[in-house]
Structures are given as structure tokens and as C-alpha cells.
Design a protein around this ligand. Structure first.
Ligand SMILES: NC(=O)c1ccc[n+]([C@@H]2O[C@H](COP(=O)([O-])OP(=O)(O)OC[C@H]3O[C@@H](n4cnc5c(N)ncnc54)[C@H](OP(=O)(O)O)[C@@H]3O)[C@@H](O)[C@H]2O)c1
Length: 283
């Protein structure tokens, strides 16, 4: 059985690849990135797998039984074509099963449309598949903790909205379960964290643990857009960020699904535990 992880140079794919290498027992593990040198250090067979290059992709996917397909990053335009090229190359290469990392059905179209359209392309390809619909990563918030601590404030347009983020490490562990256990084939999982929390709760958790004041400063979507543009964030990036925050304010990410804990076989990581890990990394 050969399992290939694409996007293995990134946070999610890299974590999945490392866990798979620890957990797998007879499976051959292959890792891919646009430049194979970016994943050569993982200790698995490294292949170039650029979604912009169909010829390279067909070679990359040859002999692969299960493909963990990570969405590309960057601006939206062109990404559906990248995903489509990867799915068609997988079909042409005879890949037996695709495990796709999508996004919750309740997400706003500004971030959800690409993943939902990709699901349709996978369905149309005829390749058997499993869909892992991710919530927002808790790490989207904890990645900037150093900045939050320095500013003493957390600015958001989420209002009193709640968000059931999922810890990226949990999503990777769940993916490994799916990749190694054929009972998960053909299922659509909605993967959220264990509790929907508010941004003021995150600010309080950071303040309590770091022993320094951190206030939540709620702003409107228009105010956040202006602050992001003034900070040099491109208009397309600001649109996505503000779209996510106003969707949180409107309740798009409040639902908690049992699927992640089901796959993990135990409790999922809480927002507070993710904060603890991020603070420990800051030293
Ligand atoms: N749910 C959420 O909150 C959330 C948050 C962030 C991201 N995401 C999505 O989840 C994906 C994985 O997240 P992440 O944190 O691991 O992102 P990341 O660290 O930015 O990694 C993105 C990966 O995509 C690969 N990639 C980019 N363009 C590619 C192309 N043309 N062909 C093949 N691979 C390409 C990159 O490989 P290279 O080394 O070749 O660049 C990298 O390995 C992201 O790409 C994004 O779509 C979701």
C-alpha cells in the first residue's frame, strides 16, 4: 500500500507526513511538494508534485494507492485549476482513493467556495474519496501570539461570535487515522474543535497564562479592513480575513461536530491547550 502526502512542505502536510511515518507499519510513504528538495529531509520518498504541472503530477502520483490532497495556499484565482489538475492527474495515474482537506459547509463563500468546488471535481472524477472538512485552525490565532502580547490587545471583527477552531495537530492525527484505516473510506467528516469560543475568551486565556494584560478590541468589518490595508495587507488578503471574521460574528463557525473526537478516539485539544503550546514555543 503506497500513501502519498502532498503539500508536505507545509504545516498540515508536514505534520501528517511525520505522524504517518511514525505510525505506519508496512505502508510505503511518499511525500510531495512543488520542489522535492523541500521535503527530502522528512525521511520518506520525496517527489516533485506541482499542481501547476500536469506532466510532473502524473509521474508523482504513479503507483499511489491513497493520496492525501492538501489545498494550495495563496490568492484564490487559479487555485481551482490547480486542484482540478491534481485530481485529473490522480485519476489518470490510477490513484485508488483521494483524501481531500476541505472546509466546513458552514464557512463563508470567500473561503469555502474553492473547497466546495474542489469536492465537486473529485466527485466528477469518479475516484473514490473521503472528505475532511476542516474548521478554522486554532493556530491561525496562536501563530501571532508574540504580536498579541507585544500589542497587549487582540483586534477582531468577530463581535460576540464564537468559533469552534480545531487544533492543527489534531487534524493531522485524524488524517492519519483516515489514511491508515479503510473503514473511513467514502465518509465526509466535519472536523471542528471541542468548544466554540469568543475572541475575548482567547484574550483572557492568553493574559492569564502569560501573566500580562491582553484586551479584546472589537471593531467593525470596515474598521478592520482599514487597519489591515494601513498595515500593508493586500486588498485580497484583507477581504478574506474580514470575510472570515464577519462570518464568525454571524455564527458560521459555532457548530461543534463529534467527528474529530471520534477519529481521535478521545478528547480534542482545547483552545486553552493550544495557547499553552504556543506560549511554550515562544519560550
Ligand atoms: N482551515 C484553516 O484555518 C486554514 C488555515 C490556513 C490554511 N488552510 C488551507 O489548508 C492548506 C494547508 O495549510 P497549511 O497551514 O499546511 O499551509 P502552508 O503551510 O502554507 O502549506 C501550503 C502547502 O501547499 C503547497 N503548495 C502551494 N502551491 C502549490 C502548488 N502549486 N502545487 C503543489 N503544492 C503547492 C506548499 O508547497 P510548496 O513548498 O511547494 O510551496 C505547502 O506545502 C493551505 O494551503 C490552505 O489551503 C486552511
Amino acid at each position: 500500500m503506497t500513501i502519498m502526502v502532498t503539500g508536505a512542505s507545509g504545516r498540515l502536510g508536514g505534520t501528517v507526513a511525520r505522524l504517518l511515518l511514525e505510525r505506519s507499519t508496512g505502508e510505503r510513504i511518499v511525500v510531495g511538494a512543488r520542489d522535492r528538495r523541500a521535503v527530502a529531509g522528512l525521511g520518506a520518498e520525496a517527489r516533485a508534485a506541482d499542481y501547476d504541472d500536469p506532466t510532473v503530477l502524473k509521474t508523482a502520483f504513479t503507483g499511489v494507492d491513497i493520496l492525501y490532497l492538501v489545498s494550495t495556499n495563496g490568492p484564490h484565482s487559479g487555485r481551482l485549476a490547480q486542484h482540478t489538475a491534481a485530481i485529473h492527474a490522480a485519476a489518470d495515474a490510477g490513484v485508488g482513493h483521494i483524501v481531500y482537506t476541505g472546509i466546513l459547509g458552514s464557512a463563508p463563500p470567500v473561503i469555502g467556495a474553492l473547497a466546495w468546488d474542489t469536492e465537486r471535481v473529485i466527485e466528477a472524477s469518479g475516484v473514490p474519496h473521503t472528505i475532511l472538512r476542516h474548521s478554522l485552525y486554532t493556530q491561525n490565532y496562536t501563530a501571532s501570539l508574540a504580536e498579541t502580547l507585544a500589542d497587549g490587545e487582540l483586534v477582531s471583527a468577530t463581535g460576540s461570535g464564537r468559533v469552534a477552531t480545531a487544533d492543527l495537530g489534531d487534524l493531522a492525527r485524524a488524517a492519519v487515522e483516515v489514511l491508515l484505516d479503510e473503514r473511513h473510506r467514502g465518509v465526509v467528516y466535519e472536523l471542528t474543535g471541542p468548544r466554540a469560543w469568543r475572541l475575548d475568551e482567547l484574550a483572557a486565556a492568553v493574559a492569564e497564562r502569560a501573566g500580562t494584560p491582553v484586551a479584546h478590541r472589537p471593531v467593525s468589518g470596515a474598521e478592520l479592513t482599514a487597519e489591515l490595508l494601513a498595515a500593508g495587507v493586500p486588498a485580497s488578503g484583507a477581504e478574506v480575513l474580514v470575510g472570515i471574521e464577519t462570518a464568525i460574528a454571524a455564527g458560521a463557525f459555532t457548530e461543534v461536530s463529534p467527528d474529530l473526537e471520534g477519529l481521535l478516539g478521545g478528547p480534542a485539544t482545547s483552545m486553552e491547550e493550544s495557547v499553552d503550546s504556543a506560549l511554550a514555543q515562544l519560550g
